[in-house]
Design a protein around this ligand. Structure first.
Ligand code: CAA
Length: 447
């Protein structure tokens, strides 16, 4: 069977940054440690006044196409995953295609375009759609463009405000991929949940604490389902485990639960039993409550062991490096985690070709999905071609007053962004260019 997977990837961050410890924490009268240690975040990325989900997606896709020497005729499918769309009918992929057509001679008139919605997991679902389209032999030799793009903003003074972010990830899905091959096995954990939703509003209604519990519950189900398809997992099977990362502190919790689950009845459990005992088994406890208390105690002890900490440092920590600097990108978040892990592997000269990743996606509402990926031999060139470090260094560090203004600009109120003053002069990129007569957003390429 021909390998199908991600051939190339590009990341585009919003061009502004809000320093959480230095700027946001004092304004909120909070201890900076809540952000840097508790949530694990240093900064949030924000779009300048002319940036939005379309410009960030189009700019990421443009760089990817240029790097790969592609023109629109090479693309048979454009799927955009977002939870920040501004139109309930016309998909964001048409806007992005329209942008790209400004800079290419040919067009995307024969590409199937769509928009995927299931909170943050829709980026991974769009990858699935592209994979299935190619596997079904319907691509006629063409490639799929998958773009995950979001402005993850929360209402002012909502606890989620600490975890904001904005950016896009563009992925090229193809046969004989240059970065990772996707596995056929997948596991799902899915249930009707009311933890985080946006009922026709730009800023979400969130039950933050509940959303964290739901994330963990669905992730556990997805892992069990994945194991039922792919067989038991062992930590040594996977070099990196990129998770959906609303903030690194969430991944810290999910990783501990996942590790505890996969090491049960393995050599790892036996090897640390002398130090912290065996994992509690349900049948050993009179009540569910006693069992849960024992599990919590065991998990806390587990995360203190050298064995766990070494695994975490190798498999998880590298995947969080970009998220710490940019915050939550919703649909793009798990794909940023994959890139961050591979980028650090490149910087540390880790041998990754033929190694496996276990990728754990999540979307509120709620669904988790887990699948494996195999890194392929071209991975180093792909990762070395990224310019995310330069983008991060170039960001404008906004003051709290600028943050208040920028937050207003992006609240989807047409009055607000008409005359807003930019903070960085745009160059060689797609920008928002005002509103059209039917309420559409217009874009142009700045040379
Ligand atoms: N030093 C060190 N740590 C500190 C600290 C300090 N001075 N002050 C607080 N902390 C720690 C807290 O102990 C806590 O860590 P633990 O959970 O490990 O105990 C952490 O910092 C956060 O502090 P709080 O719990 O007090 O923070 P909060 O209640 O204000 O908000 C939140 C946290 C509920 C996650 C909020 O940011 C939120 O609502 N976020 C949006 C929802 C979200 O991201 N949910 C995640 C799962 S859902 C999902 O993943 C989908 C998605 O993308 C949205």
């Amino acid at each position: 069977m021909t390998a199908v997977g991600i051939d190339g990837i590009e990341i585009r961050t919003g061009k502004l940054q809000l320093d959480l410890a230095e700027t946001f924490a004092p304004a909120q009268d909070e201890d900076p440690g809540k952000y840097t240690e508790g949530l694990g975040l240093h900064a949030s990325s924000f779009p300048d006044v002319y940036e939005d989900i379309v410009t960030m997606g189009a700019n990421a896709a443009h760089r990817l196409m240029e790097r790969k020497g592609l023109t629109p005729a090479d693309i048979g499918r454009i799927d955009v995953a977002t939870e920040s769309a501004f139109d309930n009918s016309k998909p964001v992929s048409t806007y992005i295609a329209g942008c790209l057509e400004q800079v290419y001679d040919d067009n995307f008139h024969h590409a199937n375009k769509g928009e995927r919605k299931f909170a943050c997991i829709s980026g991974t679902q769009s990858l699935d759609d592209a994979y299935n389209w190619i596997r079904a032999g319907r691509n006629r030799g063409r490639k799929a463009l998958v773009i995950a793009t979001d402005t993850a903003l929360y209402a002012r003074d909502d606890p989620g405000e600490a975890t904001q972010g904005a950016g896009a990830v563009a992925m090229l899905v193809d046969e004989d991929p240059g970065l990772v091959e996707l596995s056929t096995e997948q596991g799902f954990g899915s249930a009707d949940e009311t933890d985080f939703l946006k009922p026709n509003q730009q800023f979400p209604s969130v039950d933050g604490k509940r959303s964290m519990k739901v994330y963990l519950a669905r992730m556990r189900e997805a892992l069990e389902d994945f194991e039922s398809a792919a067989g038991d997992t062992h930590p040594n099977d996977y070099e990196l485990v990129p998770f959906h990362t609303p903030f690194p502190g969430m991944v810290r919790k999910a990783a501990a639960l996942g590790y505890r689950h996969v090491v049960r009845d393995t050599d790892v459990e036996i090897s640390i039993a002398e130090e912290i005992g065996r994992q509690p088994r349900r049948e050993e406890y009179k009540s569910q409550e006693q069992y849960f208390d024992a599990v919590k105690e065991y998990t806390d002890a587990l995360t203190e062991t050298e064995r766990y900490q070494a695994w975490y440092a190798d498999a998880i920590e590298p995947t969080l490096e970009i998220a710490r600097e940019v915050g939550n990108w919703y649909t793009g978040s798990v794909h940023v985690a994959r890139v961050a892990g591979l980028k650090q592997a490149l910087e540390h000269d880790r041998a990754m070709a033929e190694k496996k990743l276990l990728v754990a996606s999540y979307g509120s509402g709620a669904q988790a999905e887990i699948h494996a990926e195999t890194v392929v031999s071209g991975w180093k060139e792909e990762i070395a071609a990224l310019n995310i470090d330069e983008q991060l260094d170039r960001r404008h560090d906004i003051s709290f007053e600028e943050y208040e203004r920028i937050h207003d600009v992006h609240n989807h109120d047409t009055e607000n962004d008409a005359d807003a003053e930019e903070l960085i002069t745009p160059t060689q990129e797609f920008v928002f260019d005002g509103w059209g007569r039917m309420g559409e957003r217009k874009y142009r390429y700045v040379r």
